[in-house]
Unconditional design. Structure first.
Length: 465
C-alpha cells in the first residue's frame, strides 16, 4: 500500500512538472515575440523571466525523476535532495536574471526616452501569461503540498511571481500609452525586484534543507507524542533530518532497565505508530536508553544486572544483620563450562553488584548448570511403568498438602535413565513459597525411591484448575 502511494505521488510530480515545461516554453516564445515587436523592456524582461522559468521547469522535471529513485548502497537516504540542488540552481539563475533586468532598465532610464509601442497583442500576451501562470502555480502548489516536493514548490513560486510581474508590466504599458515612457523601464525594475525577492525566499529554504535544518515544530510534536506512550520515562535526544518528501527522525528514549526486550520493542512500536499518525512521511530510528528507577527492589536490580552479564539470577534473597547486607541467589551457567570459567563469569557479576549497591555487601552465588539437552527416549514396559507410578503416588501421599497427583509420564533415555514428569494439585490459597518447598520435598522423595531417575519435573496447579 505504501509503495503504491509513493508510485502514485511520483507520477503526479512528473506529470505536473512536464506540463509546466510546456507552459513555460509557450509563454517564453509569446513574450519574446511581443517584446521584440513593441520594444518594451518590461515585456522583454518578462520573456527573460519566462525563459528562466522554462529552464527551471526542465530541471525540475529531470530532478523529480531522479529523486524518485529508491535508496541504495551509496545513497542511504535516497535521492530526494536532487530536488533541493535543482532549486538552489534556480535561485542563482533568478538572481542573475534580476541583475540583468535592473541593468538594462537603468541604462534606458539614464539614456533618455525610448520608443515603446503599445499594441493589443502585447496586452493579450500579458493577460494570457497571467491566466497560464495562475493555473500552473495552483496545480504545482497543490502537488507540492501533497508530495512535500521542494522542486515543485520552487516552480510554484516562480509562476506565482510571474503573475505579479506580468501585472506590473501591464501597468507600465498603460502609463506608456499615456505618454509616460519611463514607466516601462520602471516596470522592468519592479519585476526584477519581485524576481530577486522570490529567489531569496527559495534560496533560504533550499539551503536549510541542504544543511539539514530541522523543520519547525516536528521535533517538538514527535517528542510530545512519544511521551504519551506508556513505559516512556523521557526523551534523551531527538534529531530531525528532512530529505525531500521524507523526514528522518532519530530518537533516544529512556525506559526502565528492568523491562524485557519484548516490552521495550512494543514501546518502540507504539512510538512509531503515534508519530506516523501525525507525520506519515516520517522514517524513524529509535534508540532505547535503560535507566534505573528509584523504586527498584534489590531482587529487580540483581536480576537485571545478571541479564546484562548473560546470566539468569533467581531465588534471590537478601538478609540484613547489624547494618550489613547479605545477598544470595542462584545463577544458571552453561553446563559445558569448566569451574574456573564459570567462577570468572560470576566474579565479574559480583564486582558490578558491589558497585551497584555502593558498598561491600556479602554476596554468595550458587551455580546451577544450565541444561539444554536433547534426549532420545522410549516408553517403559507397562508393568514397570505401573510399578513406578505407584511409587510416585505413594511418595506424594506422605506429603499431606499435595491433594492430587496426575498426568504422570515416565520415559527411558538411551542411558537407561528415567525421565519423569507429573502434575500435582494444591488448594488455591497455598502460597507459592510453600508450594515450592513441598514440590522440592516430593522431588527428593522420588529421586530416593527411584535411583535410576535422572530428571524429575513437577508442575504445580490449583486444585480443580
Amino acid at each position: 500500500m505504501v509503495l503504491w502511494v509513493t508510485m502514485d505521488a511520483n507520477k503526479k510530480k512528473k506529470r505536473v512538472a512536464f506540463s509546466s515545461v510546456l507552459a513555460s516554453a509557450l509563454l517564453t516564445v509569446l513574450k519574446l515575440i511581443a517584446g521584440l515587436m513593441t520594444g518594451s523592456i518590461g515585456i522583454l524582461s518578462e520573456a527573460a523571466h519566462s525563459l528562466l522559468d522554462f529552464g527551471a521547469a526542465a530541471m525540475t522535471w529531470v530532478a523529480v525523476g531522479m529523486s524518485s529513485k529508491p535508496a541504495d548502497r551509496k545513497h542511504h537516504y535516497g535521492h530526494a535532495k536532487v530536488e533541493s540542488i535543482t532549486a538552489l540552481v534556480e535561485t542563482g539563475l533568478l538572481l542573475l536574471t534580476s541583475g540583468w533586468i535592473i541593468s538594462a532598465a537603468t541604462e534606458r532610464l539614464l539614456g533618455g526616452e525610448a520608443e515603446v509601442e503599445v499594441t493589443w497583442y502585447a496586452i493579450a500576451v500579458m493577460l494570457t501569461s497571467i491566466v497560464v501562470d495562475f493555473s500552473r502555480a495552483r496545480a504545482l502548489s497543490r502537488v507540492a503540498k501533497e508530495t512535500n516536493s521542494t522542486a515543485l514548490e520552487a516552480d510554484a513560486l516562480h509562476f506565482s511571481s510571474d503573475i505579479l510581474s506580468s501585472a506590473v508590466v501591464l501597468i507600465g504599458l498603460f502609463f506608456v500609452s499615456n505618454g509616460i515612457f519611463w514607466a516601462d523601464a520602471a516596470a522592468g525594475i519592479v519585476v526584477a525586484v519581485v524576481v530577486a525577492r522570490a529567489a531569496f525566499q527559495l534560496g533560504k529554504k533550499t539551503i536549510d534543507i541542504l544543511t539539514d535544518a530541522a523543520p519547525v515544530g516536528i521535533a517538538e510534536r514527535a517528542e510530545e507524542l512519544a511521551k504519551t506512550v506508556p513505559g516512556v520515562i523521557g526523551i534523551k535526544k531527538i534529531r530531525v533530518k528532512p530529505t525531500g518528501p521524507q523526514v528522518f527522525i532519530e530518537m533516544s528514549v529512556a525506559v526502565n532497565r528492568t523491562l524485557s526486550v519484548e516490552k521495550v520493542r512494543d514501546i518502540c512500536t507504539a512510538i512509531e505508530e503515534k508519530v506516523h499518525g501525525a507525520f506519515p512521511v516520517a522514517d524513524m530510528t529509535i534508540h532505547t536508553h535503560p535507566v534505573a528507577l528509584t523504586g527498584e527492589s534489590i531482587a529487580e536490580r540483581v536480576h537485571v544486572i545478571g541479564l546484562n552479564h548473560g546470566l539468569h539470577a533467581h531465588n534471590i534473597a537478601t538478609n540484613f544483620n547489624d547494618g550489613a547486607r547479605h545477598i544470595t541467589f542462584d545463577v544458571e551457567v552453561d553446563q559445558r563450562l569448566k569451574i574456573k570459567e564459570a567462577h570468572q563469569a560470576v566474579t565479574l557479576l559480583e564486582d558490578e553488584l558491589r558497585r551497584e549497591f555502593d558498598g561491600n555487601p556479602e554476596i554468595c552465588i550458587h551455580l546451577d548448570p544450565l541444561r539444554c539437552e536433547e534426549r532420545r527416549t522410549t516408553p517403559l514396559p507397562e508393568e514397570e511403568e505401573a510399578a513406578l507410578r505407584k511409587v510416585i503416588v505413594d511418595a506424594a501421599a506422605t506429603i499431606p498438602a499435595i491433594a492430587d497427583v496426575h498426568d504422570i509420564t515416565i520415559l527411558k533415555t538411551e542411558k537407561e535413565k528415567r525421565f519423569i514428569t507429573l502434575h500435582c494439585s494444591f488448594q488455591e490459597d497455598v502460597l507459592m513459597e510453600d508450594v515450592h518447598e513441598l514440590t522440592s520435598r516430593l522431588e527428593g522423595a522420588i529421586y530416593q525411591a527411584i535411583p535410576l531417575a535422572c530428571r524429575v519435573i513437577i508442575h504445580a496447579e490449583p486444585l480443580g484448575g
